[in-house]
Every structure is written in C-alpha cells, then in structure tokens.
Write a protein that binds this ligand. Sequence first.
Ligand code: KG4
Ligand code: ZN
Length: 340
Amino acid sequence: MDEKFITLAIESSCDDTGIAILNGQYDLLNSKLASQIASHSQYGGVVPELASRMHQEAILPLLDEVLKSAGITDPKSQIDLIAVTSGPGLMGSLLVGVMAAKGLAQALEKPIIGVNHLEGHIFANILSNRNLCPPFLSVVVSGGHTEVILVKQLGEYKLIGSTRDDALGEAYDKVSKVLGLGYPGGPIIDKLAVEGSIDSFTFPTPLSNTNKVEFSFSGLKTAVMNAVQKKNKLSEPFNNCDLCASFQKAAINSLICKIQLAMVQTQVTSLTLSGGVAANSALRKELTLLSEKLNWNLFLPPKDMCTDNAAMIAAAGYCAYKRGIRSDLSLSPNPSWEIW
Ligand code: KG4
Ligand code: ZN
C-alpha cells in the first residue's frame, strides 16, 4: 500500500483537458479527460484559440467530477499537492491549466509544482510499471514530439536524438489530412494499415543512411502527397489501406532503426515508449518482437496512458516533489521548456 499523499494534477498543454488524483507514486484514484477532438477535427488539426477557450469551459466541471469520483469530499484536508503541466505546449492552453492550479493551491493552501509535459510522458511508464527503474531509454513519440531520451535517474535526462522537422504523430496527422481521412490521423491510419499491403507503394525510410539518432518525417509526408497526386493525374484508382500500410512501414522502420542505434550508443537494456504514437498497434508489435530478439526489457504503457492525460503529470509531479523540487504562486507557463 502506498503512503497517503494525494496529488491533484491538471494537464492542458494541447487539446485535452485532463485532471487526475494520485495517491503516492502508483495508486491512481481517478483520472478523467475532456477531449476536444470533435471540435478540432472539422479544421483538420488543433486550433490554438479554440483549444484555450474549450479548456476554460471544461476545467472546473471536470474538476468537480474527478473529486467526486475519487471520494475527495474535503479537498483542504485530503489533498497534499497540486501538480500542473507548465510546458512545453500551446501558451493559451497551458495558461488555463496553470491559472486553475494556482487558484486551487492558493485557496487550499497547498504546495504547487510545475511539471514538464515530456517528463509526464516518461512517467506514464513509471506509473504503469512498478518494476521500471533507471537507467533506461525513453522514446516519446506524439503529435508534437519525437525524442529519444536517456533517463539516467528520475529527474536527470539526456537528449540522444530528435526530429529535424515534423514529429511522427504530426506526419500521421498530415498524411491523414492529404487522404481526407480525418483528425487525429494516427488511430485512423493504424486501423486502415492492417487491411493494406506494405509493399504497394515504395517510400524510402528517412535518414536510414546516417549514423546519428535523428529523424525527419516531412519528406515522407511529401512522398505520400506526390504518390497521391500522381495516381490522381493518371486517373489510376488506389487503395487508401495500401497507402497507409506503406507509409506506416517507412515511418516505423525509421523509428525502430534509430532506437536500435540509440540502445547501442547508450548501452542500456531497458526501453520505454510513450506519447500518442506509442498506442500504434504495428509499432507495439514490431518493438515487442525486436525486444525479444535482442533481450531488451521493453515497457509499453496501456494505450490510454500513451495519449495526453493528467495521471502521468501527477506521477511526475509527485516524484519531483519528493526530490525536493518546488514551484510557487509566481509559476508561469513555458511553451518551449526543455528537460535536458
Ligand atoms: O501524446 P498526444 O496525445 O498529444 C501530444 O502531446 O501531441 O499524441 C497525439 C498524437 C497525434 O498526432 C495522433 O495522431 C497520434 O498521437 N496517435 C497515433 C495513434 N494514436 C494517437 N499515431 C499512430 N497510431 C496510433 N494508434
Ligand atoms: Zn503529449
């Protein structure tokens, strides 16, 4: 049983309002999300102004619901810490969460801690795997991030490699938009790719010839666009499933080949995956097979812990607090905060 120490966490860095209540490091009492996907999908991507307005509408009713479901009837006596994502992310979105958290901290007279969103994604794995401890390699792949991070200790991170241009999730979203499939593209392409043939289109694996841990997905997105235009010009019918499968093969190959390089470079044997793209079924399958072959300890969070949520922010905030890190009521969002 975890010690009694209750963290209330808020996540609002992009287009999901999340609130969670965590006891100690592992015992999640409740976590809920108000998703904005339906509103943004008509524009094919996140509209920042709309996102902040929707966070503002959702946050207090969501807080009420989460407190009720977690059995918190007297927040002042039951809550010990307020954790909030304070960067990186969209400024207007972050501001809503940070202001709500500051108001709560002041009203309840509780400490507040600003949590880095990427550190949160890393902690999605800590929260779901009690056996995971550093050092390990953490791969964060989402709509805004493609980062390979060496976790030396909790709180001590080294960037091993990242993308030169688009994030991997962004590439999924853009390819989906080109094909008119909807937003967010990742889950849609994931499903369609299962029905398609990976060899129908030949897309080169980006940067497969460099000996550096680095990524580039914008050329791959352009290659998909060109393939679609060519087919349309020649009035040749094509199958979206085949296109999705071929795109996904190149994207995943690129990620996996650089993960392999990073594992060799850093000499660690444990690997974690997180961020929205970590929910991808083909990626999970391929990495599991490779880990079995190369004797890596692979940690994959459950799918609902891959995409943005406040439970991971609570876990990261609690751990930072226990390491002695503190914020105060002057806390401000930092949209480009880096943890290394
Ligand atoms: O972590 P997340 O919820 O938000 C960011 O911090 O960006 O990730 C959202 C991203 C989107 O780009 C979405 O298309 C992608 O994750 N995604 C997926 C899948 N589920 C979500 N990409 C590939 N396959 C999936 N199953
Ligand atoms: Zn995220």
